[in-house]
Design a protein around this ligand. Structure first.
Ligand SMILES: NC(=O)c1ccc[n+]([C@@H]2O[C@H](COP(=O)([O-])OP(=O)(O)OC[C@H]3O[C@@H](n4cnc5c(N)ncnc54)[C@H](OP(=O)(O)O)[C@@H]3O)[C@@H](O)[C@H]2O)c1
Length: 267
């Protein structure tokens, strides 16, 4: 049933940052389309949201690395005249050297972090630009500001995410469009991300972890100001500043030393 409320579509809404975006956008009065592979988890999220908020929640179970599923989500977007929000959030990490890991995981990561958001943005922006309203948040990462032995595809795809978002921001500005885009670049965030990649959280100091609520709060507040790059937490803003200021050879040396020290380049 079509309502007069604006619609938000969120990928990777079955857990972590995506599920948190869904809850916070429901509070802001959006109807929702929740996209991810695990239907049971999406149904659970949908029930929890609808128990507390007078919004409609639709579930679209899709594996965004598959062409047919991705096409179905593009079609859902194109068919929604009230689509005002898109969050490209679905993602995962893998640990290990690029040339030692099976190619499949790397291929899926590029499909999920690059092809899927590119295609979904194309589907969404056509209507948003014409209607002169809408917002897109692309969930990138602090990792996208550099490179890390042991997660090269992850960093590279997140660099793409930030760069592509910046380019779209400039195109929208060049035509005076009020449509907003944001590259959200979190650091370590508590979610299922590190469980999925069997990453041991214990060596990471407690102060480096942020909650998904803190990340999403920072993102939505910055969107209201029209900010392009959002790095939640002052410690991460400082880290990125230092990463970018270091001479490249020194950055390489430190990054390789860190990867060897933690063993994360081996996987
Ligand atoms: N956690 C961190 O420290 C951190 C830091 C920086 C950036 N990020 C980024 O934040 C985003 C969200 O991650 P998270 O931390 O919230 O982790 P998460 O709890 O593991 O959530 C990942 C979401 O992506 C979905 N997903 C994974 N593969 C998919 C596929 N092939 N098709 C459709 N959906 C898929 C998962 O749902 P299903 O399994 O049900 O499909 C899940 O809803 C990711 O892009 C990640 O790179 C995370």
């Amino acid at each position: 049933m079509q309502t007069t409320r604006p619609l938000a579509l969120i990928t990777g809404a079955s857990s972590g940052i995506g599920a948190t975006f869904a809850r916070q956008l429901a509070v802001r009065g959006y109807d929702l389309v929740l996209v991810a592979r695990r239907r049971d988890r999406l149904e659970q999220e949908a029930r929890a949201i609808q128990d507390g908020h007078p919004v409609q929640v639709e579930i679209l179970s899709a594996d965004l690395t598959r062409d047919a599923d991705l096409r179905a989500v593009e079609e859902r977007i194109a068919a929604a005249p009230n689509l005002e929000f898109l969050v490209n959030n679905a993602g995962f990490g893998i640990a290990g050297r690029f040339f030692s890991l099976p190619l499949d995981g790397q291929d899926q990561m590029h499909r999920l972090h690059v092809l899927a958001p590119m295609r979904l943005m194309h589907a969404a922006l056509q209507g948003m630009v014409a209607r002169k309203r809408g917002s897109i948040i692309n969930v990138s990462s602090v990792s996208g500001f550099g490179q890390n032995p042991g997660s090269v595809s992850y960093s590279a795809t997140k660099t793409w995410m930030s760069s592509f978002t910046e380019g779209i921001y400039m195109e929208l500005q060049s035509i005076g469009s009020p449509v907003r885009v944001q590259a959200l670049c979190p650091g370590f965030t508590l979610s299922e991300f590190h469980d999925t990649m069997s990453f041991d959280r214990t060596p990471i100091p407690a102060w480096m972890w942020m909650s998904a609520d803190e990340v999403v709060d920072a993102s939505l507040r910055a969107l209201d100001r029209g900010q392009l790059f959002v790095i939640p937490g002052w410690r991460y803003r400082l880290l990125v500043f230092v990463m970018r200021a270091l001479p490249r050879p020194l950055y390489h040396w430190l990054s390789i030393k860190y990867a060897r020290g933690t063993g994360r380049d081996k996987g």
